[in-house]
Design a protein around this ligand. Structure first.
Ligand SMILES: [Zn+2]
Ligand SMILES: [Zn+2]
Length: 136
């Protein structure tokens, strides 16, 4: 595990640091994650929101999840990189998209969520717990 997480968007207008240990790490295969990020799944590490320091301006987009929570996506208005996510169900957390972290070699998903929505060609590590939907 790393002691500090840092990262930036593709163009560098937005950067961030976090010196707190992630409370959860996961891959999400839901339609919203696939559509917003353009990949076959999204990967997140979740950190306490007050531990995340962001430099630069992000733009947000809000939508409602199938569980009825208001989900907020934070992205760079210049290059469009999806960077962070938060949900009204757990407002004290921020999800950081693993792809915008400088060195995420330590990333180890603890769960595959919305595995019921994954594409047939996406492999799942049998060592990682799979949840049909979002757990708890
Ligand atoms: Zn950018
Ligand atoms: Zn998702």
């Amino acid at each position: 595990m790393t002691s500090k997480i840092s990262g930036r968007c593709l163009c560098g207008s937005v950067s961030f640091e976090c010196d707190q240990v992630p409370v959860f790490q996961a891959n999400c295969h839901c339609d919203d994650c696939r559509r917003s990020g353009g990949g076959v799944h999204a990967s997140f590490v979740f950190v306490p929101a007050d531990g995340l320091r962001v430099s630069g301006r992000t733009q947000t987009y809000e939508h409602t999840s199938d569980a009825g929570n208001i989900m907020t996506k934070y992205f760079c208005p210049d290059c469009g990189s999806q960077m962070f996510g938060s949900g009204s169900g757990k407002p004290e957390r921020r999800g950081i998209r693993v792809g915008v972290i400088d060195d995420a070699s330590w990333f180890q998903p603890m769960a595959n969520v919305y595995s019921s929505r994954k594409l047939p060609s996406t492999p799942l590590d049998p060592e990682v717990k799979a949840f049909d939907k979002m757990p708890g």
